[in-house]
Write a protein that binds this ligand. Structure first.
Ligand code: IMP
Length: 429
């Protein structure tokens, strides 16, 4: 059985939640796995349970036959996780099929405090990233500098746990000196952690082992990425990125092994582009066309509510994303948002002075100076959300899709023409 990896091709918010939900309901994987990010993600799903936004739990949770796993590459905010479980249970979604890696790191109160303090300092110095404030950077930073706390640490001897949390509390109290942030006393934090431990004890597993064995047994794994390739800590628009591996490469790191056999890697792209937070965005539209995309596409962050920046499809960045991920196919989402335009544009190059090139620059300043070179195409100006086959789409939209395939070097397998499961054109998953 193949492994299916679903990865964002842009700066996140491509509509991965809907696509995972759609694919899970159709191919019925044995496991649905979140492999990176944390509660900074907001995967919006609209199905027979209504509209839901998931931050940590895999979008497969709605398909009862699937075991939904939060793998070790995810950083887990205890409060957000329990809130999400309660919300799902209140919708009568069964969460007993949830599994949590004992190697996943916990987002502690000091990570969120440091995220706020660091962002304020950056802001004062004109260096703001525009983080989601969910403690993601500090938590991943602590993982790398070996000062993190993992889910499995909660289940070690009381003496070990107390000594570890005491040390981390002291370290972080010192780090926060001189900021506006203050930590709750150690005993409060420790009490909260032990309470959290009781709530999650039935979910915790060695996920890399469970998933490895499942893969050996020929089970189908559906791996769900958070954020997008251009926010990857290594290959994204650094330093305006998140702090985890958001690509196919991050998927292998985040689950703990390389699955055997055929792998389908599906890159999810909006038909246009959005970005939340700061950072380069060569095709950003600051005028009425961008406003239109934001208004019609309801482009406001699912986690923070911030308005998203909007612009035209950037085929340079999409091809770069394909280079990194080796997509076996692409999914285009929210193309219905583009139904209104008389003409649509695709960026096919960047111009910097006299020079024209087709590869993303390394640094922000150079990005900022790049002028996009556009190919303009006729719009379709017809509602498409009732189309169920590629051939039913208006001809100019078919041409638009084919041009994106040519420019990025990957075939389109699905087109999402509206938020609901049924508003999807399946070509060849
Ligand atoms: P952080 O992940 O909260 O540290 O934020 C770093 C950057 O990634 C900011 O520009 C965020 O807006 C962006 N970001 C983080 N998570 C998401 C997401 O799920 N969708 C879109 N942007 C995100």
């Amino acid at each position: 059985m193949p492994t299916i990896i679903i990865v964002g091709g842009q700066w996140g918010d491509e509509g991965k939640g809907k696509i995972v939900d759609y694919i899970a309901s159709s191919v019925k994987p044995d496991f649905g796995v979140r492999f990176n990010g944390g509660a900074n993600a907001g995967h919006s799903i609209e199905n027979n349970y209504g509209k839901t936004v998931l931050h940590l739990i895999p979008s497969t949770v709605f398909t009862p036959s699937v075991l939904s796993v939060i793998a070790s590459g995810v950083v887990i905010d205890p409060t957000e996780l329990l809130k999400e479980i309660n919300e799902l249970n209140s919708l009568e979604v069964d969460t007993s099929n949830l599994r949590i890696s004992d190697r996943a790191h916990l987002v502690m109160p000091w990570h969120k405090a440091r995220d706020r303090a660091e962002e304020r300092l950056r802001q004062k110095n004109g260096q703001r990233i525009g983080t989601t404030g969910r403690g993601i950077g500090p938590c991943n930073g602590d993982k790398v500098s070996r000062e993190g706390l993992r889910v499995g640490d909660l289940f070690q001897t009381p003496a070990y746990l107390e000594q570890r949390v005491r040390w981390l509390h002291k370290l972080n109290e010192e780090r926060l000196i001189g900021t506006e942030e203050e930590l709750e006393p150690f005993t409060t934090v420790f009490g909260w952690l032990t309470w959290f431990r009781e709530q999650i004890s039935s979910f915790v597993v060695k996920s890399e082992k469970v998933l490895f064995e499942a893969d050996q047994d020929g089970k189908l794994l559906l791996l769900e990425g958070a954020q997008g390739t251009l926010l990857d800590v290594e290959f994204g628009t650094y330093p305006k990125v998140t702090s985890s591996g958001t690509t196919r490469l991050g998927a292998y790191q985040g689950i703990g092994f390389v699955p055997q056999g055929e792998t389908k890697v599906i890159g999810v792209f909006k038909g246009y582009v959005t970005r939340v937070g700061e950072g380069p965005f060569p095709t950003e539209e600051l005028g009425p066309e961008g406003e239109n995309m934001r208004f019609v596409g309801k482009e406001f962050g699912a986690t923070t509510g911030r308005p998203r920046r909007c612009g035209w499809f950037d085929a340079i960045l999409a091809r770069y994303a394909n280079q990194i991920n080796g997509f076996t196919s692409l999914v285009l989402t929210k193309t219905d948002v583009m139904d209104q335009f008389e003409t649509v544009k695709v960026c096919t190059g960047y111009r910097l002075g006299e020079e024209e090139f087709a590869y993303p620059p390394l640094v922000e300043d150079e990005f900022a100076e790049c002028k996009p070179v556009y190919e303009e195409m006729t719009g379709w100006q017809t509602a498409t959300n009732n189309c169920h086959k590629f051939e039913e789409l208006p001809k100019p939209m078919q041409t638009y899709c084919q041009r994106i395939e040519e420019l990025t070097g990957a075939k389109i397998s699905l087109i999402s023409v509206g938020p609901a499961r049924e508003e999807t054109i399946e070509i060849n998953i």
